[in-house]
Design a protein. Sequence first.
Length: 250
Amino acid sequence: MTIVLAHRGASGTKPENTMEAFIAAERAGADGIELDVQLTSDGEIVVIHDTTVDRTTNGSGLVKDFTRSSLQNLKANHHFKHYFKKEYKIPTLIEVFDWMQGNECLCNIELKNNIFSYEELEEKVAALIYKYSYEKRIIISSFNHLSLQKMIEICPAVETAPLYNHYLYKPWEYASTLQASGIHPKLKIITNDLIKTTMEFGIHVRPYTINKRRDMKRLFQLNCSAIITDFPEKAVKLKKVLERKGHLSQ
């Protein structure tokens, strides 16, 4: 059955990549969350998508130039202040992992090192995974496919999947060359036949970002490995309706 991964948490209804977005996703019944990690100037792993803080906070500048404490002094819901009165913070990966101890959520960690290399990001993420014994609960993805190969070397028990937004010939073969167990393609560049064939070769297919009902329904009925969506509550509700009507294969 297709699992539901909440893209940056329940980012369609909560400020993205905040603990509140992750908590909302779990409460909505999502199977897991997707988040993005970068390093601060003092080497801490923080959860934020953009290389700058400008779009999502009341600050300005590169994430890598902030310390953890200065980053967490920013308001992560600044541009949503009319909708969310309380102040939301940029979490650390440790905070997310601590929260995961109280649930069974999977966590898809995207390494945001395709623009800045972030020396030792892979090692730091792997060390935390081992510390919490989350090897079976983590999926590592990245647009930096060399980084995925490095993760496989230092944390072989964790699933990896290349992110990509261009057409690939035989994506299952490309995944195999990376020793990856899955692929995370942009929805518009993956066809039904490619999804089916890739899964037949034992490679998980988790397209992004699936927000329209018709796309969710298509992928659920294909029994696609997973969908990555901003609206986990909508996806979970639709999945239950399709299950009840007997429209999904087991």
